[in-house]
Design a protein around this ligand. Structure first.
Ligand code: GS8
Length: 219
């Protein structure tokens, strides 16, 4: 029997994009169900009772939560093509370390950039750029974080590129000026269909953030 793969998702979510990219890399067919975060479906509440967040991958009825865990699951189950990890345990540990940094810093700082103003925003921008510079150092001269192959850290980080325009416009700064290698890496990743077909137009993200800010009463 064919696998049944369902993704509970939300289109602007960088976490959901990670899963979409991993599934595309592996050529897995799936059904995407768009959630309404203000009116979560019974399926989402049942599938992720702890955090009640998207993305959730439901594979043959079994739910897997937390995007980085889902991406690792996909890599293990569909292991016949496009491996996302090196064979070397040290390289694998390093990849998990950098993906964890992306999780801890990029989303949080990015959100603070578009949600705040003044000193709080300056602080968020500084932390964001410090983190990007660390990532730039880790990338070095490699084409991808995974070396010659697009890998786990690439999948974890590249969705945020669709949010860069929002961060830059709200924070009035240029990522390319500060971290040109990161932007060159984004362009390289965008040459992959799994990425270019997944990432939404930056303007669409900016517009949805604008609506969200309005609903929160943020100018
Ligand atoms: C984060 C998922 C998340 O924040 C992961 O999967 O990696 N650590 C998790 N999902 C958000 C949408 S994207 O901002 C979400 O589902 N929020 C619903 C809520 O907070 O109620």
């Amino acid at each position: 029997m064919a696998d049944e793969v369902i993704l509970l998702d939300l289109w602007p979510s960088p976490f959901g994009m990670r899963v979409r990219i991993a599934l595309a890399e592996k050529g897995v067919e799936y059904k995407q169900k768009e959630e309404d975060i203000r009116d979560k479906s019974p399926l989402l509440l049942k599938s992720n009772p702890v955090y009640k967040k998207i993305p959730v991958l439901i594979h043959n009825g079994k739910p897997i939560c937390e995007s980085l865990i889902v991406v690792q699951y996909i890599d293990e189950v569909w292991n016949d093509k496009s491996p996302l990890f090196s064979q070397d345990p040290f390289e694998r540990a390093k990849a998990r370390f950098w993906a964890d940094l992306v999780d801890k810093k990029i989303y949080d700082c990015g959100t603070r950039i578009w949600r705040t103003k003044g000193d709080a925003q300056e602080q968020a921008k500084k932390e964001f750029l410090d983190c990007l510079k660390l990532l730039e150092g880790e990338l070095g001269e490699k084409p991808y974080f995974g070396g010659n192959n697009f890998g786990f850290v690439d999948v974890a980080f590249v969705p945020f590129a669709s949010w860069f325009y929002t961060y830059e416009t709200c924070g009035n700064f240029s990522i390319e000026e500060e971290c040109p290698k990161i932007i060159a890496w984004v362009k390289r990743c965008m040459e992959k269909e799994s990425v270019s077909k997944t990432l939404p137009e930056p303007q669409k993200i900016y517009d949805v953030v604008g609506h969200f800010k309005k609903s929160l009463g943020i100018k």
